[in-house]
Design a protein around this ligand. Structure first.
Ligand SMILES: [Zn+2]
Length: 534
């Protein structure tokens, strides 16, 4: 090969292999079908649990979340019950762009989740939807800053918190199409600009569409309402539009080089049962509620403030609004009598143990940790909504495992749909969601939920079976002729046949930068709009 090896890595957040295969069979995704004909298209083993931040971070570092230290959007605080948002400066392992920049390869990295603040790469970096950019004159999400003027249109989230109604569906769909078009335009312009060694862009619209539109697309969904007919086939149309974007990027990239299209997880539909994990833990004697259950500070706080004023309220009364999500998660729990609790996040059903010396008011002695995890896993598996309780230490290893929850729950999909994890203090463990709640939204879970496996398409055949997200970074490096060092994954395509260049050991993690309270409040709002937080 005479040309320098290059890689085009297109990320499609939440793009599901089963949906893609179905629509390819119907001839609806011609550009992905072309990749399939040349190389591979199908499942990619995901990260457990299938959560956006850890999955993309594993994709770009080639190590498990216990080593890269980004297990979720947030981590618990150690000094008091509360959470903080993680950002790229919390990442403890070098990403592809760090390694390649050090070797003076040229990189262009656009929209990867968990990449804010942007890093000083040898090229260009636009951070992901985690950029706390509130207005249009804030260049903090771009490196180098001089580039800001030409990419200032890059959208993060075009719609506000979802108030799901038929009108909302239509508006949201139009905005998603618009967002793909702007991202595609900017990505194509930057891709044409030079022969990048690595060009990576992540488009997140399949994820947002699947969270909100699942029952419109899937008429077998127990949440399907035959009276709501528009937008018609919204998820399929977003897939078709993303396929077009893939086609355009592939054309601009050219024939030579490695093209990978990957997702961080797939998707499935939510059923109509809501599961209240903390009520289960209370019933089983692992958690104790405070005597007088608060009426719901968050609800109270938000109910009297009209949606359009909430952003202003957050900025104006930072202290009052500080960690509204945090309070909602932690309020009402009597910590001195609680051995385990759940954040009750629908996108990441999990349980944490209240360990002495690790949690602010821990009660379980560290020596009883393993035994407690095993006992609680067995107990959680008695819930009909739970298929499997997975001890974190069985699947993660590394210095930063404690940032993650202690037990992950794989929910039961035997009916084709799973229960929604919904936050509640007191009352039933599981209940039927009222019909009015089927479309999803506040306190009702999302209509579509993450599911493994993730998706992979490649313009080259794979040289081994069972590719995984953890193998993507080693595959990219191997193609570029760069040693993948102590990454855990292994390449799944052949290399370009160039001599390997050793990686320097000089990656020095930058200083950690914490979000301000205002930025955290803004991120909470965005997480709600995207379908993550209640
Ligand atoms: Zn995702």
């Amino acid at each position: 090969m005479t040309a320098r090896p290059r890689v085009l890595l297109i990320g499609l957040d939440g793009f599901s292999p089963d949906l893609a295969e179905q629509w390819i069979a119907e001839g609806r995704l011609p550009h992905l079908a072309a990749l399939q004909a040349r190389g591979y298209l199908g499942a990619l083993a995901g990260v457990v649990p299938p959560v956006t931040y850890p999955a993309w971070t594993t994709c770009v570092t080639g190590v498990n979340p216990g080593r890269h230290g980004i297990p979720d959007f947030t981590v618990p605080l150690s000094h008091r019950p509360g959470i903080r948002f993680l950002n790229s400066s919390d990442r403890q392992a070098p990403a592809l762009w760090n390694i390649l920049s050090e070797l003076e390869r040229r990189v262009c990295i656009l929209g990867v989740p968990a990449s804010y603040p942007p890093e000083a790469v040898n090229g260009i970096m636009i951070s992901g939807f985690d950029s706390p950019v509130a207005d249009r004159i804030d260049p903090s999400f771009v490196y180098p800053p001089e580039l800001y003027k030409s990419v200032s249109d890059w959208p993060f989230s075009l719609f506000q918190e979802h108030r799901i109604s038929e009108v909302w569906y239509e508006e949201a769909f139009t905005l998603l199409e618009k967002k793909i078009a702007i991202h595609e335009e900017i990505a194509c312009r930057l891709l044409s600009q030079e022969a990048w060694d690595l060009f990576m862009v992540v488009l997140t619209e399949a994820d947002t569409a699947s969270h909100h539109f699942w029952p419109l697309e899937d008429e077998h969904s127990p949440r399907h309402n035959p009276d709501i007919t528009a937008p018609h086939n919204p998820i399929r149309r977003i897939y078709e539009r993303l396929d077009e974007a893939v086609g355009r990027l592939c054309d601009l990239f050219g024939e030579a080089g490695l093209v990978l299209v990957v997702s961080d997880h797939g998707f499935g539909g939510a059923g109509t049962t809501s599961l209240h994990l903390n009520n289960f833990l209370a019933e089983q004697g692992w958690l104790s509620y405070e005597g007088n259950l608060p009426a719901g500070l968050k609800q109270a706080l938000l109910r009297w403030v009209p949606q359009r004023f909430r952003g202003a309220l957050f900025r104006r009364f930072q202290r009052l609004a500080e960690n509204v999500e945090s309070r909602a998660r932690f309020q009402g729990i009597q910590w001195t009598k609680t051995r385990a609790w759940s954040d009750e996040l629908d996108y990441c059903p999990a349980v944490r143990l209240n360990v002495m010396g690790r949690e602010p008011r821990g009660v379980i002695p560290p020596e009883a940790y393993s035994e407690s995890v095993a006992e609680l896993c067995a107990l959680l598996e008695t819930l009909p909504e739970v298929k499997k309780a997975i001890a974190r230490n069985d699947i993660y290893h590394g210095e930063h495992v404690d940032r993650a929850a202690d037990i992950f729950l794989e929910l039961d999909w035997s009916t084709g749909y799973r229960a929604s994890v919904v936050r509640k203090r007191g009352g039933e463990v599981a209940e039927a969601l009222p019909v009015s709640a089927w479309k999803g939204g506040k306190e009702q879970g999302c209509a579509g939920v993450h599911k493994n496996p993730a998706f992979l398409a490649s313009n080259l055949p794979l040289c081994r079976e069972d590719p995984g997200l953890i193998d993507v970074a080693p595959t990219v490096l191997s193609w570029l002729g760069v040693d993948s060092g102590d990454m855990e994954g292994r390449p799944f395509t052949a290399s370009a046949g160039v001599a390997e260049e050793m990686r320097g050991e000089s990656w020095i993690k930058g200083a950690e930068t914490k979000y301000t309270e205002e930025e955290e409040a803004l991120l909470e709002q965005r997480m709600k709009a995207l379908g993550y937080f209640e």
